[in-house]
Write a protein that binds this ligand. Sequence first.
Ligand code: PLP
Length: 497
Amino acid sequence: MHNRMMAHTVRNDLSEHHPLTPNEFREHGHALIDWIATYRETIEERAVSRIIEPGAIRAALPKAPPRQAEPVSDIMADFESILLPGVMHWQHPAFFGFFPSNVELSSVLGDLLSTGLGMVGISWEASPALTELEETCVDWLRQMLGLSPAWRGAIQESASASTLIAIVCARERYSNYAFAQGGIRQSAEPGMVYTSARAHSSVGKTAMIAGFGMNHIRIVPTEPGGSLDAKVLRAMINEDIARGARPAAIIATTGATADTALDNIDAVADVANEWGIWLHVDAAMGGASMLLPECRSGWEGIERADSIVVSPNKWLGAAFDSSILLVRDHEHLTKVLGTCPSYLRTPTDGKVTQLRDWSIPTGRRFRALKLWFLIREQGVDGLSKRIRRDLVNARRLAQLVEAEPEWRVMNKITLQTVCVRHEPPGMSGAELDAHTRAWVQALNESGKAYLTAAKVDNAWMARVSIGVLGTEWHHIEKLWTDMRVHTAQHARLALAA
Ligand code: PLP
């Protein structure tokens, strides 16, 4: 795919620095864009993933960095021969693993432009356009999700970083800024964090980083359908208050990672508002569906939350990293995270937004460009149409699975993920779990598709996460055929053993 014809000047004069000239960059850049375009055009010819030996790629790479400059064409050739075999093709239409991490090509252009400009937004003055485009795009997204103007936000590195900031804000609210001043010794009345077993692992991790400690995270059981049980939540909070602890944060989820369960935000908000507890809604994955008015009942009560994370770098189509944290009380957020060292003071202080006060890093890339390119090039209608297509496809697949003997749909179809199990007669418990994991693994090894298995309520299931940009109904039909072939083979092997 790659053409090695590009000219290269031999650079062996160690006394001089030779940057890649704009002209050389132009040549290599054109070739690279060509490479990416061909990669996307022909992606279906590839296996979705290839199982390679751990360490094989590292072994093929030089142990030490090169002393001498090397031609870009050689680097690219090594990328193809050494690295590409170890790349999982997330943009492949038969990729049904984890979650869709769509990267529309318009968003690639915005991302490339950001990198090419090479600026760092450490203050408004450091690049006013960076700040003001980010404010605009975040506000566009707010409107696209049907949220009121009370919400303001910023782009963060990841959903985990967004949740960390939300939990730190919760900590400073319940402690009246005591932790920010006194640090971890402010623990006479331990603060508690509540979430469901369906919540993403980042909730526990960020609560731990924020100083709550794993012992102060309460896992609230779920109701049938996977929604956090608000009655049990209330009872747990009463119990904790009675023993001298203080409720600090509740993390609800709109679109749980394993099975896309939706917490009942309204019911959880009733509890949160009763005690003034910070309510953070992790809609990293599910948030994209709120583009569609018909989906918004899935987070009814959202206006009563304190913070929300939505990651356009998942289903929506913006290149990673593009996770948006929205808050209602932005003055509290900037009080907690704000800094103003002498070297960053400017005459515009107080008149403009300083995005460093909205996130953990001081600097930021011109990340809004990739959202701006995406939203403008697709339009809200284009994005909505694609999300709607995926929701319809998930329901169609669930119907096919339900109608097939020995197959079961394990989750309520709330979004684009269908959790399924093949249940051969006479197989249950650990044997059924082993069968599920084995056929998923075999299908993945075939390279025909990629799925992830996950454990929900103590049972392993195969997750079919639909929603890659190029995934149409015929890809799902083919997957369904492949799934039946692989399960039949594995069931025969398991029963013969
Ligand atoms: N929250 C949910 C619901 C997720 O599904 C995920 C990732 O799958 C995350 C958070 C973590 O996202 P990130 O990798 O951006 O931190």
